[in-house]
Design a protein. Structure first.
Length: 337
């Protein structure tokens, strides 16, 4: 990792490291405080001896992408330091919790709150795509709240599967990556795809936010992916009886098989429902409870992934790349605030 990506000066001259926020198989995340102004930040520390050359290259790429993606609704990369033995990445500290964790605590939850999330995702995607960044793994686990304040903005995180291209609408990507339940059909089919894949993911997130159910499911991965590639979903789950036609129209506009027919960030930002003008303020029965249960399941899986990854490290001395999707250790180098 060269000087263009990391500072060589002593991290301790600028920051005071506090307590551990989380541990993974390849990284430890600490709370830290900037000495000059007391600003609290998150420090992700990766030990070089645990990283293969490929892993370090992927980390360098992720750092470059985060610099390009700087936006109000994206977790900020503040500084990067390196020494002979470790890489220290200074990130904005997000203390408001994960998206579903936060929404799952709501006593009164409605379309207006879901619309606010979608609007911020649209703003972030508009900026990212304009600067050539395609996230490729948008999902609730990668969306945080900046603070505990009621009006806290959301923040997109985890750019480990993202890419940077010269033109997000014209550059054809072929790499199959993402999370199965949220990935776009064109990514699965490997016929080439563009930045519209992020908009499909937003459609899946919206469906989940107003119903508490995923639009695509299956008893195994093959059946799930088949449903995705056919855009085989419906509005039969009971919560949709309480949903407005307007939110259903937005979902249908995002979950279009043809990427060119999909709603764009600009379409979303001018849509009355996304702007809360005709989003229903009526309570969506039981949806917040379902979102809470989904978040609890996510946290359980994360703990299991960590245990499996650590067990693997003990039994196998060969380093595994932390950037491979669905490998347990990838989950463990995220900064979750």
């Amino acid at each position: 990792m060269g000087n263009s990506h990391a500072k060589q000066e002593n991290f301790k001259d600028t920051y005071t490291k506090k307590h551990v926020l989380g541990r993974g198989s390849f990284a430890t995340v600490y709370l830290a405080e900037r000495k000059r102004d007391g600003e609290k930040v998150a420090i992700k520390i990766l030990m070089k001896k645990s990283l293969s050359a490929e892993s370090e290259s992927k980390i360098r790429k992720e750092i470059d992408i985060m610099k390009q993606a700087s936006h109000t609704n994206v977790v900020s990369l503040i500084d990067v330091y390196q020494s002979k033995h470790k890489i220290q990445i200074v990130l904005e500290l997000c203390t408001g919790g994960h998206l579903l964790e936060r929404l799952g605590k709501r006593k009164h939850y409605n379309e207006v709150e879901a619309a606010n999330v979608i609007k911020q995702l649209a703003l972030a995607c508009k900026h990212m795509h304009q600067v050539g960044v395609v996230h490729r793994d948008l999902k609730p686990e990668n969306i945080l709240y900046a603070t505990e304040r009621e009006d806290s903005p959301i923040k997109i995180t985890d750019f480990g599967l993202s890419t940077h291209v010269s033109n997000a609408w014209e550059a054809t990507m072929m790499t199959p990556c993402g999370t199965p339940a949220y990935v776009a059909p064109e990514v699965i089919l490997r016929r080439g795809y563009h930045c519209e894949c992020d908009l499909w993911s937003i459609g899946v997130i919206l469906y989940l936010l107003v119903s508490g159910f995923p639009p695509f499911y299956g008893s195994n991965l093959k059946k799930l992916l088949r449903r995705v590639t056919k855009a085989s979903y419906d509005f039969r789950p009971a919560p949709f009886k309480s949903c407005s036609d307007e939110v259903k129209d937005v979902i249908k506009g995002l979950l279009k098989l043809d990427p060119k027919e999909r709603l764009t960030p600009d379409n979303l930002l001018t849509n009355p429902w996304v702007n809360g003008l005709n989003a229903s303020a009526e309570h969506l029965p039981d949806v917040s409870e379902r979102l809470r249960r989904i978040d609890l399941a996510r946290r359980f899986r994360a703990r299991m992934h960590l245990a499996l990854a650590l067990e693997s490290m003990v039994s196998d001395s060969e380093s595994v790349s932390p950037g491979v999707k669905n490998a347990p250790q990838k989950e463990n180098i995220k900064v979750d605030g």
